[in-house]
Ligand binder design. Sequence first.
Ligand code: PHE
Length: 343
Amino acid sequence: HLRDQLLSDITSADLPALEEVRVRALGKSGAITALLKTLGQMSPEERTERAPAIQALRTSVSEAIEARKAALEAAALDARLATETLDMTLPIAPAPQGSVHPVSQVMDELAEIFADLGFAVATGPEIEDDWHNFTALNIPETHPARAMHDTFYFPDVDGEGRKMLLRTHTSPVQIRTMMSGPPPIRIIAPGRTYRSDSDATHTPMFHQVEGLVIDRGVHLGHLKWTLETFVKAFFEREDIVLRLRPSYFPFTEPSVEVDVGYTLTNGRRVIGGNQPDGWMEILGSGMVHTKVIEACGLDPAEWQGFAFGCGIDRLAMLKYGMDDLRAFFDGDLRWLRNYGFRA
Ligand code: PHE
């Protein structure tokens, strides 16, 4: 009747009660464990006679416990599945995202504007040799313009005896482009440039975009039209006045510095307006010097052109209203968002 009692307890048990039955029957001091222990005190004959029944009792009780346990667990799982629901249409938690940097944004805008005018994008190395950065651009060793550039030089010459430096402007890409294929050439070359200089409007690393056109019969009028078209497209307004001032660069002749007119709106300088309140310099340019064309192996009697070089960071500041250039390179997301750059 021990067996009947245990089997009926098992049939009605929930999971905690089932564990209690198991301990009561099969635990260290359980009833069936006690019966098994009595086998040790029996004579061999008696043991042979009594053992099978006790073993069978243990087997049937432990099997009944396992079966009940499995049934209870399956029922619990069914109940959970019936009540728990997973809504696959819920939106995911938003993860923080980056945005395009103003410098990249302006580079993309420039590439697009100049692509419409037939310009390809060219690149050159940021680690340059002094021939491409200076000499070929009509800036010989003794030229004072070398000192003006606050150049970062590498301490040693390279394997071919060249003096290496971080390019101080994108103008060496003019040289590399003219030497890599025949005219006509129409390229812009955006990229990083370096000068040992640091304040609110100068960082040791900054960005320029170079422009170069080489063809037959190119003159200053082409330069002026190209710059006007570019500036109007970039600042997205037609009423922009340019002022071309005579200037000097060793690699252009004549050389012109270009200012854009601004108007004062609530004390802020806004690019544009047919009657400017003042001028802001945005780029240097000119007709490519015959010595530069010759240095690249071209005949200046056949090929002429113009070039310009423009600070990209400054363009971004003017278009998007930033006032401190150093913040461009701090990587602060709050700064980006403040100027409307969000993902
Ligand atoms: N390389 C000049 C600078 O960095 C800009 C420039 C480029 C001027 C091309 C004329 C022609 O200041």
